[in-house]
Design a protein around this ligand. Structure first.
Ligand code: FEO
Length: 170
């Protein structure tokens, strides 16, 4: 059984993951309209993954005797200027998500809820990978600069990355 504090912390994280999914969906749509089909495919997939992260929390809360709350979401940012700007804002967003996950983990320790603490470790590892990937992509974009040929190859690489099946969050 979840304590009220843990239930509230997990429901807060449901909202964070849902907001991430919406944010990346808006980025994907922008990239698609710019003709960056590989980048769009990557971001659509990333948005799907965030939805799975949310779903995993919803199911955990309900299985542990809590009540998952499906939140209303604010309009995501759509004012994008460049592909580098997109990935910088993605990384910024992910570092904030990591802080939120750390807060949930901290609450688990304070409440001595080791089951939820164990469940949250999956999110801790996932954040390390997501932040690292975003940093790698930003480094590549900084190397490419204004080189159109480089951007073409970058976009094609992301198409390849998106071809792998989506992480099921298990
Ligand atoms: Fe599920 Fe990228 O945080």
């Amino acid at each position: 059984m979840l304590s009220k504090k843990i239930e509230a912390a997990l429901n807060g994280q449901v909202e964070v993951e849902a907001m991430s999914s919406q944010a990346y969906l808006a980025m994907a749509s922008w990239a698609e309209n710019q003709g960056l089909s590989g980048t769009a495919a990557f971001l659509y997939k990333h948005s799907d993954e965030e939805r799975m992260h949310m779903l995993k929390l919803v199911k955990f809360i309900n299985e542990r005797g809590g009540k998952a709350i499906i939140p209303a979401l604010k309009l995501p940012s759509t004012n994008f200027k460049s592909i580098t700007g997109i990935f910088e804002s993605l990384l910024f967003h992910e570092t904030k998500v990591t802080q939120e996950i750390n807060k949930v983990v901290d609450t688990c320790l304070k409440e001595k809820d080791y089951t939820t603490h164990n469940f949250m470790q999956w999110y801790v590892s996932e954040q390390i990978e997501e932040e690292a990937l975003a940093r790698t992509l930003i480094d590549k974009l900084n190397l490419i600069g204004n080189d159109k040929g480089g951007l073409y190859l970058f976009d094609r690489d992301l198409e390849g990355l998106s071809a792998a099946p989506a992480e099921r969050g298990q």
